[in-house]
Design a protein around this ligand. Structure first.
Ligand SMILES: *[C@@H]1O[C@H](CO)[C@@H](O)[C@H](O)[C@H]1NC(C)=O
Ligand SMILES: *[C@@H]1O[C@H](CO)[C@@H](O)[C@H](O)[C@H]1NC(C)=O
Ligand SMILES: *[C@@H]1O[C@H](CO)[C@@H](O)[C@H](O)[C@H]1NC(C)=O
Ligand SMILES: *[C@@H]1O[C@H](CO)[C@@H](O)[C@H](O)[C@H]1NC(C)=O
Ligand SMILES: *[C@@H]1O[C@H](CO)[C@@H](O)[C@H](O)[C@H]1NC(C)=O
Ligand SMILES: *[C@@H]1O[C@H](CO)[C@@H](O)[C@H](O)[C@H]1NC(C)=O
Ligand SMILES: *[C@@H]1O[C@H](CO)[C@@H](O)[C@H](O)[C@H]1NC(C)=O
Ligand SMILES: *[C@@H]1O[C@H](CO)[C@@H](O)[C@H](O)[C@H]1NC(C)=O
Length: 478
């Protein structure tokens, strides 16, 4: 900012008394100072011979401070100077202070890099070029010649401001040197490890992409290329390049079964304890279990679960559920390991027989008194009632037989409910094959009930039941 003020009326005029200066119609006393345009200080100076003049003696800074002509004042990052030119022009010149920031916002003394050039924010907010930076990070100070990628390069800022980084010779004449020692021409692409480089100026190989074994083309920077189930990723982060390989296939993880110190894979089978064939079964949740798939008989024959095989005098069965190899006697196998086929024996109140395949069959029951009652039949026991040997709810039971014929004194059989005369008593066949007296009988007279009298001619017949003591009496009627 530059404010200029020219005082045009420094003309001396003759005056008689009390000389005054005139400024824009205003009278000013000698030595009086006024501010004009809020920017300049004007002083009135008179002479005794009546001449006067006004003079600019200072400037006013934007903050209101007065700065004498020819003086400077620094506030903040600004400098204000009240300058008077040879022609008498006075101006307030504003310039940046020593510590002023640069146009890009960088602080005084701060250094930064733009592309291949390094700058510093100099005093007064002036950007100073300080050095060139090579792709490999090497630095050449402004005005100097240094080495970049092994070649002499001059770094220079010209008077017109242009900065150049120039190889001492024609850049195109430089070949690039690959890691394997071979030379590459400018513009040539070559593979170095997982990267594809292109030979650029100053013999510098620039990375232009990535290289993967099974990918025919160069993988461009910041792109993914999928080949089969593999993703190749070529990335640039800052000044770093990276090449990564991702597998789309999820890793194969599986469990195995362990048994007696050995490992088995899913589906494999093996023989355990000589009696079972086991199979390893694994699950997705990485647990595993062993399954019995078949049994093996002592003779080494494998039999499926649920089946059986007769071997010698034994029958082997591979039971399901908790698989077991069950051995039972064969056709000629002994029952209870003792009794031969056909043999009979008595155990407790039962008579048993041994049948083929070790099958024990119950033949008959024995009553307390030793009466043998074949299974499914009933017999009268010495106590007088009938007992039966039956299977009740799967168990053998020796119990009283409710429905059983009664036996008359003369050895006749009578069905339940039937009545008959026996001597002078009338009997009826009741439960358990036991008959009871229900009345009396007199030949030629008929039957009559218990505790009843009957007369016939001169005779009185009495049928007596005294506490289950039955009597028949004949009296002379009175
Ligand atoms: C008046 O006096 C001053 C200083 O003494 C002198 O410079 C100036 O020329 C004089 N003016 C006249 C008109 O005499
Ligand atoms: C600046 O000066 C250099 C060296 O003298 C010159 O090569 C370049 O062309 C100039 N640039 C401009 C824009 O004038
Ligand atoms: C490349 O693939 C990786 C892994 O899937 C992913 O993180 C990355 O963002 C991908 N990049 C591009 C450019 O698609
Ligand atoms: C580049 O690599 C260097 C060294 O490995 C590391 O210090 C720096 O942080 C990396 N830069 C980026 C942007 O990843
Ligand atoms: C184990 O084998 C069975 C039968 O072949 C199969 O169904 C199952 O998925 C397999 N388990 C695992 C974890 O692969
Ligand atoms: C694993 O999977 C099997 C079959 O699906 C299941 O029976 C078993 O309980 C599972 N085990 C666990 C620990 O989740
Ligand atoms: C299998 O054996 C276990 C443990 O001995 C028992 O708890 C289970 O009831 C058995 N299962 C069958 C079907 O017999
Ligand atoms: C049967 O006769 C006897 C002897 O006379 C007598 O005591 C009894 O009461 C009579 N009974 C009936 C039921 O009449």
């Amino acid at each position: 900012m530059l404010r200029t003020f020219v005082l045009l009326s420094t003309v001396a005029i003759l005056s008689t008394w009390a000389v005054k200066c005139k400024y824009e119609g205003t009278d000013m006393d000698n030595n009086e100072i006024i501010t004009v345009q809020k920017a300049f200080r004007i002083k009135c100076m008179t002479e005794d011979n009546g001449s006067w003049k006004t003079e600019i003696i200072g400037c006013i800074a934007p903050d209101g401070a007065e700065i004498g002509v020819g003086l400077k004042r620094e506030t903040g990052d600004k400098i204000h100077e009240c300058v008077k030119s040879e022609s008498g022009q006075v101006s307030l010149k504003e310039s940046k202070g020593i510590k002023a920031a640069c146009p890009g916002g960088q602080k005084n003394g701060e250094e930064w890099q733009e592309k291949s050039f390094k700058f510093r924010c100099g005093d007064g907010g002036v950007v100073k070029f300080i050095a060139c930076v090579g792709q490999d990070g090497s630095i050449i100070k402004s005005g100097e010649t240094g080495k970049i990628g092994g070649f002499d390069v001059k770094c220079e800022q010209h008077a017109n401001g242009t900065i150049t980084m120039q190889a001492a010779n024609d850049p195109k004449s430089y070949d690039c040197k690959a890691k394997d020692g071979s030379s590459k021409k400018n513009g040539e692409e070559y593979v170095e490890g997982n990267f594809v480089r292109k030979c650029g100026d100053y013999g510098q190989g620039k990375i232009v992409g990535c290289h993967a074994e099974n990918v025919a083309t160069t993988i461009p920077i910041n792109q993914n290329v999928t080949s089969g189930d593999v993703v190749f990723s070529c990335t640039k982060e800052g000044s770093n390049y990276s090449f990564k390989t991702y597998s789309l296939k999820s890793p194969v993880v599986y469990s195995m079964c362990a048994h007696e110190g050995k490992q088995y894979t899913n589906g494999t089978t093996f023989i355990s304890q000589g009696s079972f064939r086991m199979r390893c079964v694994t699950f997705k949740n990485l647990t595993s279990t062993l399954e019995v798939v078949s049994c093996i008989t002592p003779a080494g024959v494998e039999i499926a679960i649920g089946s059986q095989l007769e071997e010698g005098d034994k029958v082997y069965e591979c039971t399901s559920g908790n698989v077991t190899l069950k051995s039972t006697p064969g056709q000629s196998g002994k029952c209870r390991g003792t009794y031969s086929v056909g043999e009979e024996w008595i155990e407790d109140s039962f008579k048993l027989t041994c049948e083929p395949y070790g099958k024990v069959n119950l033949k008959s029951c024995f009553s307390k008194e030793g009466t043998e009652i074949p299974l499914g039949e009933a017999r009268r026991v010495p106590a007088g009632y009938a007992m039966e040997c039956v299977i009740v709810n799967g168990n053998v039971a020796l119990q009283t037989a409710k429905n059983f014929d009664c036996l008359t004194g003369s050895g006749e059989n009578k069905k339940m409910g039937e009545t008959w005369n026996e001597g002078n008593f009338v009997r009826r066949c009741a439960n358990y094959g036991v008959s009871s007296i229900i009345g009396c009988y007199v030949d030629g007279v008929g039957t009559f009930g218990l505790n009843q009298n009957i007369t016939s001619g001169s005779l009185l017949y009495m049928c007596i039941n005294e506490n289950e003591q039955f009597k028949f009496r004949t009296l002379r009627a009175q």
